[in-house]
Design a protein around this ligand. Structure first.
Ligand code: FRU
Length: 475
């Protein structure tokens, strides 16, 4: 049996013990970034939700703080569900969903009551609950009604809520002057079950370089070709929030990340104007072998969002270069239908390199990561020339996991630039400066530390790159 620290992440946020899901209440308060998260401290399974809490001055080193919210009051008896945070003057406010099961705990069919609640803190550590501030949905047929995202626009506080009416998803907007009395502005956007899923969880709505972004986590999207393979799929639309508080979409729905484990993303506005994003680096249906070691769930690395036409780009937060320890050149050169082990080993690595498509003729070529010496385990990242796609293959990535994900490579493209972050049980790939990302959990054995390169049926050309071992902060 595996040692209990085998999968413990070195530089990603995960719960000290117990269960973690969505990031909540991302906020910058008195010189520090605060991250809260959906947390069940008593077991590595989802249960009555608490808000776990950590903070950091530099986005790299994190300090775990006491649990911020615990369920059990009349307005949140069965859970403090997802929500957000804002700062007003000297006070930090949390806005979250109070959850009550109407029938058996965990039984959606027997119904639930969801209300939006307020809590506040002046020290950023201890919170006082103020009870429900929105206790009835705007229509009696709306039962799923949750995940308030609050922000300041002009003279008002605005709130976006995800909802479900019948089988169709909804985005609802509210407005307030004091965070306590809220006016419903109605439906900012309505979806149809078939095309858009049946419930939009964890909405976020913010401006980015002149456009409004609606980021959300739809439940129940159908797979389409290479897209939407996760049962729930974090997505976004670009458009604008008009004078009537309607969101006018100007693009198609896009997935924000193309890996296996990415959900419920939320953002904050950093003091320097950057829009930073974190997601839950798992999925409701993900295998979670670390549960055997009494914890599970992690957040992605913080990412900087930018816009490139109708698409979002995600780059690793620039602060993360502080994780870099020793640097080694990554000189692979040309492989002629062969594979090679590199003089690189490690579980916590950052690799930066380019695949040269012009000089290459291989059917597929790329990297093998977290390889075991017996050849049983490996995580592959390679260019597939026939499909013209970059593929992340975790079919041999250790306990419980499987599956292949990929992103397109444009017809005229001559190189693929890769920046890869490996931690003990995760891989995050930033492709072409964040034009695409793939985030997945992997669970190789702790001694599967090898790195290799390969080319199948032809030549693979690798431009000179670099690899860093990354700090083991034992977050
Ligand atoms: C999303 C979600 C939210 C909810 C929370 C409960 O993953 O289902 O809609 O508030 O998790 O933990």
């Amino acid at each position: 049996p595996a040692h209990r620290d085998d999968y413990r992440l070195g530089y990603h946020l995960s719960p000290p013990a117990g269960w973690m899901n969505d990031p909540n209440g991302l906020v910058y308060f008195r010189g520090e970034y605060h991250v809260f998260y959906q947390h069940h401290p008593y077991s590595p399974q989802w249960g009555p939700m608490y808000w776990g809490h950590a903070r950091s001055a530099d986005l790299v080193h994190w300090e775990h703080l006491p649990i911020a919210l615990a369920p059990g009051d009349a307005f949140d008896p069965d859970g403090c569900f997802s929500g957000s945070a804002v700062v007003d003057g000297d006070t930090l406010y949390l806005i979250y969903t109070g959850h009550r099961w109407l029938g058996e705990p965990g039984n959606d069919e027997q119904g639930m009551k969801q209300v939006q609640c307020l809590a506040s803190s002046t020290d950023g550590i201890t919170f006082i609950k103020h009870g429900a501030v929105i206790d009835t949905p705007p229509h009696p047929d709306i039962m799923h009604f949750r995940d308030p995202k609050v922000w300041r626009r002009g003279d008002h506080w605005w709130m976006a809520l995800g909802a479900r009416q019948g089988d169709d998803p909804l985005l609802l907007l509210y407005r307030s002057r004091d965070l306590r009395r809220w006016d419903c502005l109605g439906r900012a956007l309505e979806g149809r079950r078939e095309a858009d899923g049946y419930m939009w969880e964890c909405p976020d709505l913010f401006e980015l370089e002149g456009r409004d972004v609606f980021l959300f986590s739809p439940q129940g999207l159908k797979p389409e070709g290479y897209e939407r393979w996760n049962l729930f799929q974090n997505s976004y639309l670009l458009g604008r929030l008009d004078e009537n508080a309607r969101f006018v979409a100007e693009t198609e729905l896009h997935e924000i990340d193309h890996g296996h484990d990415f959900y419920a993303a939320q953002t904050l506005l950093a003091p320097d104007g950057r829009r930073l994003l974190w997601a839950w680096m798992d999925m409701w249906q993900s295998p979670m072998p670390s549960q055997a070691h009494h914890w599970c769930g992690a957040l992605t690395l913080p990412r900087e969002l930018s816009r490139d036409g109708d698409r979002l780009r995600m780059r690793p937060a620039r602060e993360l270069t502080a994780l870099r320890q020793s640097r080694q050149a990554l000189t692979i050169g040309t492989l002629e239908a062969q594979s090679r082990r590199l003089e690189v080993r490690g579980a916590l690595l950052e690799l930066e390199l380019e695949l040269d498509l012009v000089g290459s003729s291989a059917e597929r070529f790329g990297l093998a990561l977290r390889c075991s010496d017996d050849g049983q385990e490996r995580t592959l990242l390679y260019f597939d020339a026939m499909a013209r796609r970059l593929v992340l293959d975790r079919q041999h990535s250790g306990a419980g996991v499987s599956g292949v994900r990929s992103v397109p490579v444009a017809p005229g493209q001559t190189r693929i630039a890769l920046r890869i972050f490996l931690d003990r049980s995760s891989i995050e790939v930033f492709v072409d400066d964040g034009a695409y990302t793939l985030s997945s959990r992997i669970y190789p054995r702790p001694d599967s530390l090898g790195v290799g390169a390969f080319a199948v049926n032809g030549r693979g050309v690798f431009a000179e790159g670099a690899v860093w071992s990354l700090a083991d902060l034992k977050l």
